[in-house]
Design a protein around this ligand. Structure first.
Ligand code: FAD
Ligand code: NAP
Ligand code: SF4
Length: 690
């Protein structure tokens, strides 16, 4: 593919697409693909997949790619046998990656990641022996010679990256990893020259950058990722952060990237409920301070920037010199190319769900993307032309059906997509009404355009019956008819003050006191919907969101952390489940805690281990334990049923009887453990194979 030409003056995104001259080299635009661990870094057998993954993103036009983190030595591993760059033999294995990126006109830097006390293995080292809340392994406190060894490992890793053809390195100094652990007294209790005063605590990053620059020469990019807002108790003060930035610039860094929040911070920083560009003000504060002193090092801003419009706006306002986007380039590797071609409305937008990327990494699975299952699967899931084009009906335009229909049409099949509703999207139309899930509307916009572009014949407000499908002359039928709410069979549930989650989310009136039956993903979402006043989603109001989570200007409080001030709840809500134990235990690994914390802050009562006895005009009567003891009335004006779902696949049998090949996907196939990730993945994979 020809390298993307960006930087036209006529572009709708002149700041985003403007090249960045670094003196010895020029980046073709202002988009830095932020470091993301995909899991492909950790095994040499996955390197072919990694090559294809990066090449695809370079072809899509990104200015500078930063790889997932590679450890400079064993102590720095995130987990046993994490990707490491410590020998020339390892460097040689990286050559095809850098060659593939360069062939597409791109540039790539290797991230050097030393995890310190976040390491999930017994070789962990840190400034002091203080266990982190996110790893069971207490680190060994380094001796002075041990610190020297770590510095030499960083420098050697950068030299090897240069040997491997990288255009530069990113030194990971934020997010609470090894370097960050030296900077703050929260994790550094040393009394030698690496601890005590701030000058001593910041010596480590400064030495690393200085010695790296000496070792790699002048014409090699060194990005330093600097924690500008720690969001942990005893985090850095603003004057300390600025002092570090000055020293890093003076030590020979080429670019400073922004880090927001340690991994152990209890403030969400990238989830979908975080407002877009929520933290760019921090980079702007730093840039204004440095520029006032005549320090002109380019700064990168980051976190929840997911559209070219938002990226352009932050650059146009002088917030930063580049924007970092990581997950948006998993979701759409051709983000920059589409923006440059004036086709931003065709971008498959990252909805910040974390479900197929970050959650996978925490489960030791390879990362991919909920809205783009091809991500990091470029060699394995290939969408080629269909050998024999056929006439295919897809029933249901939810996530599964939309993914299947558009992929089938792209391959050359004649596709007819039916939905009984008046709009595409299935349950995503309900999901997008949840405060904090506004991004889900982007997926509907993307698929609406993709349906048009691929030539799918769309039949809305049309219930597909067995007769319609039999008479349509279809060679294949794909059933993506989704799910129907499960009936919990609670005595008294036919009363008018009992509603299903569908009715509630479609706007049925709900009283002041509410009991929610079922605390799965939908029960939690419905609770959020009911406690947030209508039209007042904090995700759409940055000031309110920062107050809710207690984030302030770091000049006002260390690490930018103050007392949270959530807005009052719109209703009094009780969320119930039959299982014992914590509610929301099955929610996403990286987002479940956010949902729980948000509901607790709005006063939602969470009640596990209940039996639903009956519904009365006064509310919901529950009991506890196998003896159904301690009956208790939960007073409620409205009871909402969120008791899971069952598959809707009644068309399967008559079609099979008629001899028509039928394929069942998404919720229609299996309602248990269903989510949009599985629905889209299954739809895409079926369509790639038909
Ligand atoms: P559906 O989305 O149910 O779509 C089925 C479609 O088939 C419907 O449009 C229906 O009208 C149509 N249909 C059925 N029968 C016929 C027929 N005979 N003829 C024509 N059309 C027919 N998932 C996540 O991964 N992450 C989330 O954060 C998330 N949040 C959610 C929040 C809420 C409030 C809800 C309700 C769901 C959420 N989900 C989430 C779940 C996700 O939306 C579903 O897993 C997904 O929509 C299932 O996709 P599907 O295509 O299988 O079915
Ligand atoms: P779910 O996660 O399976 O939860 C169903 C809830 O109903 C559980 O609390 C369950 O707990 C309860 N329940 C089950 N059978 C019951 C019965 N007979 N009577 C009373 N209660 C019963 O399903 P969901 O909440 O409907 O969500 C559907 C899917 O959408 C989920 O699988 C999820 O992946 C996806 N989703 C995801 C998100 C997200 O943020 N990632 C958000 C929303 C939805 P007990 O059995 O303990 O009572
Ligand atoms: Fe974005 Fe979700 Fe895809 Fe991750 S899985 S890249 S958060 S859309």
């Amino acid at each position: 593919m020809a390298p993307v030409q960006t930087g036209h003056v006529t572009s709708p995104y002149p700041h985003l697409l403007e090249p960045l001259d670094l003196g010895f080299t020029t980046l073709r635009n202002r988009v830095l693909m932020g470091s993301m661990h995909t899991g492909l870094e950790d095994s040499r057998t996955d390197f072919d997949r990694l090559i294809a993954y990066f090449a695809e993103r370079a072809a899509g036009g990104v200015g500078l790619i930063v790889t997932g983190g590679f450890a400079p030595n064993q102590e720095g591993w995130a987990k046993p046998f994490s990707g490491t760059l410590a020998t020339s033999a390892q460097a040689r294995r990286h050559l095809p990656i850098t060659q593939a990126v360069h062939a597409e006109g791109g540039k790539i830097a290797l991230q050097i990641l030393h995890t310190g006390r976040y390491a999930y293995h017994p070789l962990a080292v840190a400034p002091s022996r203080i266990k982190s809340p996110i790893s069971p392994f207490a680190p060994r406190a380094l001796t002075g010679r041990g610190v020297e060894r770590q510095i030499r490992a960083f420098v050697r890793c950068a030299q090897l990256a240069r040997e491997a053809g990288y255009d530069g390195v990113e030194i990971m100094g934020s997010e609470g990893y090894f370097i960050n652990q030296f900077l703050v007294t929260h994790t550094n209790h040393r009394t030698d020259e690496w601890g005590g005063s701030y000058a001593n605590r910041m010596r480590l990053p400064v030495e690393i950058v200085q010695r790296t620059r000496e070792a790699v020469g002048e014409d090699f990019i060194i990005v330093y990722r600097l924690s500008m807002l720690d969001l942990v108790p005893d985090g850095s003060t603003w004057p300390e952060v600025v002092e570090l930035a000055r020293a890093i610039a003076a030590s020979g860094a080429t670019i400073i990237n922004t880090g927001i929040g340690w991994h152990e911070a209890r403030v969400p920083t990238i989830a979908t409920s975080v407002p877009r560009a929520a933290f760019t003000w921090v980079t702007q504060k730093m840039r204004d301070t440095l520029r006032a002193e005549g320090i002109t090092i380019p700064l990168v801003t980051t976190n929840r920037i997911n559209t070219p419009e938002v990226a352009e706006q932050v650059l146009a306002e002088g917030v930063a010199d580049m924007v970092s986007m990581a997950r948006p380039l998993l979701a759409d590797p051709h983000f920059v190319r589409k923006a440059a071609e004036g086709r931003a409305d065709r971008i498959n937008t990252c909805i910040a769900c974390n479900q197929a990327c970050l959650d996978h990494v925490f489960q030791n699975k390879h990362a991919s993307c909920l809205v783009n299952p091809l991500a990091a699967n470029e060699t394995e899931l290939v969408i080629g032309p269909a050998p024999t084009p056929r006439k295919v009906a897809v029933v249901g335009a939810g996530p599964a059906g939309m993914a299947a229909a558009t992929t089938l049409a792209e391959r050359g099949h004649e596709v007819h997509l039916y939905d009984a509703a008046e709009a595409i999207g299935g349950q995503f139309n309900l999901a997008r009404r949840i405060p904090g899930k506004e991004e889900f509307a982007e997926t509907l916009r993307y698929f609406a355009n993709r349906i048009t572009d691929t030539g799918v014949h769309l039949h809305l407000a049309t219930e597909a019956t067995a007769d319609l499908l039999r008479e349509g002359g279809f060679d294949e039928v794909v059933l993506a008819t989704g799910v129907t709410p499960r009936d919990p069979e609670i005595p008294g549930q036919d009363a008018p003050h009992v509603l299903s989650y569908v009715e509630v989310l479609q706007g049925a009136p709900v009283g002041q006191r509410v009991a929610i039956v079922g605390a799965g993903g939908i029960g939690f979402d419905v609770a959020e919907f009911l406690v947030v006043p209508e039209g007042d989603s904090p995700t759409l109001d940055l000031k309110e969101w920062l107050q809710e989570w207690g984030v302030v200007d770091p000049e006002e409080a260390r690490g930018g952390l103050a007392k949270p001030q959530p807005a009052p709840a719109a209703r009094q809500v009780t969320l119930l489940q039959r299982k014992r134990g914590k509610l929301g235990a099955g929610l996403g690994k990286t987002t479940g805690w956010i949902h729980r914390a948000s509901l607790v802050a709005r006063g939602v009562t969470m009640l596990p281990g209940v039996n639903y006895e009956r519904i009365t005009p006064e509310g919901l009567v529950v009991s506890f334990g196998p003896e159904h003891a301690n009956e208790r009335l939960i007073e409620a004006d409205t009871i909402v049923l969120c008791a899971g779902q069952e598959s809707l696949r009644s068309l399967e049998a008559p079609l099979q009887a008629a001899g028509i090949p039928v394929h069942v996907i998404g919720g229609a196939d299996e309602a248990a453990e269903l989510d949009a990730k599985r629905a889209i993945d299954q739809g895409t994979r079926l369509a790639a194979a038909l």
